[in-house]
Design a binder for this molecule. Sequence first.
Ligand code: PMP
Length: 333
Amino acid sequence: MVQQINPPTTPTKAATPVIPTVAAEQGLAYFGGAIVPMSEATVSVSTHALNYGTGCFEGIRAYWNADHEQLYVLKLREHFERFAHSQRMLRIEIPESTEDLCAITLEILRRQNFHQDVYIRPLAYKSSRTIKLTLSSLENAVTIFAFPMGNYVDISTGLHVSISSWRRVSGNAIPVRAKTVGAYVNSALAIDEATAAGYDETIFLTESGNVSEGSSCNLFLVRRGQFSTPRTSDDILEGITRNAVIEMAERNLGIQTTERAIDRTELYDADEIFLTGTGVQISPVTHIEGRPIGSGKPGPITMELQRRYLAAARGENPDYAAWCTPVYPARSS
Ligand code: PMP
C-alpha cells in the first residue's frame, strides 16, 4: 500500500454549520413608518436596493436571562450609531433618529414578548422603484425585524478555517467601514467556497496580502499572552464585538491588544486564534487549512474571554451593565 506522505489539506472535522431560522412569514417588522406583520413588509422587484445593493444593515443580538426574566439588547446604541455612519456613506437620509430606532427596536421585541435569544436586523435602503444608477435624489426607507436565534456557529469545540481565495473587497472599491448590502457578495462568495470545501469559516487577505477578517467577523491572535488584531486600514469592518473584546481583555485579563498589519504566516504560528462578531460571538479557531493552532484545542485565554463576554452580554456582570439595554420593565422584587 502506498503511504500518504503529505498531510491532508482538507479539515479533519466535518463542518456543522448552524443555519439560523428566519421566521420570514411570522412576527412583526417596522416598515413604512409603522410596526406591521412581517407578511406586509415587502418591496417591489424594481426597488433600487434590490437591483444594486444600495442599502446598509446591522446585526444585533439580544440575550435572554431566565433568572432576571429579562431580555438584554447588547450594545444597542453602538449598533445604531454605526448604522447612521453606514447610511451617510450611501446618502441615505431617513426621518428616524438613532434614538427613535433604538426605541422602535425595543418596541418590536416587547410586542413579540420574546423569551429567548434574538437576532435583530435593521436595514436602510434606496427604496425608489427605478433602475437609474445614482445615490442622490432617490427615496430611502428603513425596516427592522427580529427573530429567535441561538449560536450561529459552534462556539465550544473550535472552528476549522481556511484562507479564502477571494480577497477582501478594498475600501477603495466599496466602503468597508459601512455595512453596505452589496459588499456582502464578497462575504457570500468566500463563505460559500469555504463551506463547500468542508470548513466552518474563512479568513480574507487584503489585496496587498495582509490578514483582514473573517467572512462576517473580526480576528484576534494570541501570542505569548498578547493580543493582535488587524488594523482598521486593512479593510476590516470595525466590529462592535472587536471593541468590546479589546476593552474586556484590558479590564479583566490585563491584556493589551495591538492593532497592526498581520502576515498570513503569523496565523500558523499563533498560540490561539479567535473570531469575534455579533453572529459568531467569541469563537475559538483550532485549525487553519488543516494545521492545528497551538494545541489544536480551543485556547484557555479564548475560552476565559468567551465566558466573561457571554456573562456580560446576558446581563450577569454589573461592571458591564452599560453594554445591555433591558427590553422589559424591571421586576418589582
Ligand atoms: N466584519 C464583517 C464583514 C461583519 O459582517 C461583521 C458582523 N457585523 C463583523 C466584522 C463583526 O462586527 P460586529 O462585532 O459589530 O458584529
